[in-house]
Structures are given as C-alpha cells and as structure tokens.
Design a protein around this ligand. Structure first.
Ligand code: FES
Length: 327
C-alpha cells in the first residue's frame, strides 16, 4: 500500500482548531475545509469541528511569547552557541518530545528576528531547556549577542521538527540507526532519548562535517551509543562508506528505524537508498517563519497542485520527497 497518511501535528492539542479552520483550510477536518459532510482524514479522538463550534467558531489562542533567563552560554569552535534557558515547568514539559522546537530572539529585536531552533535537551525537574545554534546569519548573530543572566524571548511550544514521528514511537526493543551531520547533532538528542527509553540499542553514524569535534559526546556515552564516524556525502551523493554501513546494519542488525538529522539532500538520498527496506524518519528542514500555518514560508509544492504547509503536516519522509515540484 502506498497511500499517504497525513496528520496535523497540532490536531487535538490545546492549539486546535487554529487559524486554518477559520478560513476553511483545516488539514484534517472535512467540515472545516469546505465540505458539508464529516470525513476526517485522520481521526485523533477529538472532533475538531465540535471544538471549533464550542469555541464560538473561532480559532483557539495561539502560542505565546515568554521571557527566559539565560542560565549558561557556551561557544563551541566559534561556530555554535549552546544556550541553557530557564523556562516554566509547563513549557519544559511540552518540549520533551522528539521534534520539539521553539522560536527565539533577543527581546531588543522585533518578531522578524524569530529563529526556529530545535530543542537539544530538557530538564523538567530544574525547568531548563538547552538549544544549540549555528551562528550563521542576521538572526543567529543577534541571538548570540545575549549573555548569561540576560533574558531571551521565546515563542513555544512547537512540535513538527521531525517527519516520520510515528516510526520513532513505534521502534521498540530492537536496534535503531541514527545518522547525524553537522548541527544535526543537536536535534538528534531527544530522538536518542526516546529510542533508548523504548529499549532500543543505538548505532549512531556521525559526520562532523565542518566541526573539529562533536559537541554531544556526553549524550552518546549516556545513551550507550555505538558511534561510527563517517563522511556521509561525496559530491552530492551518499558516500560508498555510508551505503556499506547502512546495508550491513539492515542485513546483520535488522534495524527497526533509520533516522537522519542532516540536510535535505542527505535525507532524500537515504530514503531513496533504503527504498522501503526499513522505516525512516528525518528532521524537518523547512524554512519556518510563523510556525502556525499562516505565513506560507514553509510551503512545499507537489504534483497535482498540492501545497503542504510543512510546519503543520506530519508525514513520512518518503512522502515528503515523492512528487515534489522544485519550480
Ligand atoms: S511557517 Fe508559516 S506557514 Fe509554516
């Protein structure tokens, strides 16, 4: 069977129904997407239409901004800054799951500076979150100007940082393979935690890309990962070494999941290479601006004039690249 199971990451949460329902663009509910009959495409145990009517035919309140004190700031190789931020207990709890991310900026700047950043680690006892940011452009350089004990402004929680989430949750008591390249090391940590807590043995293929050293070594030790260092890409193609390792892991270790935290070219080539031999998950590299399905910056176009808002839609990595139009 090759049909697509589409889901909305916010369906059934406190943020559903959202603005999309108000304009007849709900991803799941037929009533709220221009039809006059009930034909939910993925029932989540909550009737979105009923929630909408009960809420006075309005969207629920959307995510708020919070001030978070910078508890710690670490600079790695002059390229990456790791912030530990003090948050509320509720926000820390909401950001525990793989794929969680926040928008962050300096309080001295306007909303245009909001940068989507993946959560690297969360502590719900001490209520802090940790994020790693590659210092590259205007937004990240401005964030890097903040020092310890100053306040960071965050908008949270958001959850669609990974495609194929259900494959991560269903991988249990087996061997899982994770590929991470460059800054992809950071969003990999919540995935490692989840897979480890589900009783899986972890193999990590680590491509340091342009970093001298990995900045997540303590996590690799804590989650008892077998680490294989490898150059993943060669001239835009998967390296021979990577292909060999993956094939060996599929045949000998019978891996239950291949998760990749890397650029889209790596995610795409990996999905193509394993061709349905193993379940896959990958990070979401879409350019996010609002995270609420409104601005359209994350939209991708597919065959048949289909437009998907990648900040909202939860699907398998395979379906993300199939039939995608690049013009
Ligand atoms: S980030 Fe604005 S619509 Fe997706």
């Amino acid at each position: 069977m090759n049909y697509e199971v589409t889901d909305c990451i916010d369906a059934g949460t406190e943020y559903c129904p959202c603005h999309l329902a108000e304009v007849g663009e709900c991803i799941l509910c037929s009533q709220l997407s221009g039809k006059t009959f009930c034909d939910c495409i993925n029932w989540k145990g909550v009737c979105i239409y009923q929630e909408y009517v009960w809420n006075g035919e309005k969207a629920k309140a959307q995510r708020k901004n919070y001030f978070c004190k910078v508890l710690k700031k670490e600079i790695i190789e002059n390229k990456v800054v790791i912030f530990t931020l003090l948050t509320t207990h509720k926000i820390a709890q909401d950001l525990m799951h793989p794929g969680s991310y926040i928008f962050m900026r300096s309080p001295k700047t306007t909303q245009f500076y909001d940068a989507p950043i993946s959560i690297m680690d969360v502590n719900t006892e001490e209520n802090w979150i940790k994020v790693a940011i590659e210092i590259k452009g205007i937004k990240t350089k401005t964030i890097n100007n903040l020092e310890e004990n100053e306040n960071m402004l965050i908008r949270a929680p958001f959850w669609n940082g990974i495609f194929g989430l259900k494959n991560i949750y269903s991988a249990e008591d087996g061997v899982s393979l994770i590929v991470a390249r460059g800054i992809g090391q950071a969003p990999m940590i919540p995935v490692l935690k989840k897979l480890y807590s589900n009783g899986n043995r972890l193999i990590v293929i680590l491509d340091k890309a342009n970093y001298r050293e990995a900045f997540i070594n303590e996590y690799l030790i804590n989650y008892d990962c077998r680490v294989i260092e490898c150059n993943t890409l060669e001239k835009g193609e998967l390296s021979g070494e990577l292909k060999e390792i993956i094939s060996r892991c599929i045949e000998e270790e019978k891996i239950n999941l291949l998760h990749c935290d890397g650029p889209d070219i790596l995610n795409f080539k990996l999905v193509e290479f394993v061709e349905g031999r193993v379940k896959t998950a990958s990070c979401n590299n879409a350019r996010m601006c609002c995270g609420e399905g409104v601005c359209g910056s994350c939209s991708a176009r597919f065959k048949g004039h289909v437009v998907k808002r990648l900040c909202k839609i939860q699907t398998e990595p395979k379906k993300l690249f199939e039939g995608r139009r690049l013009i």
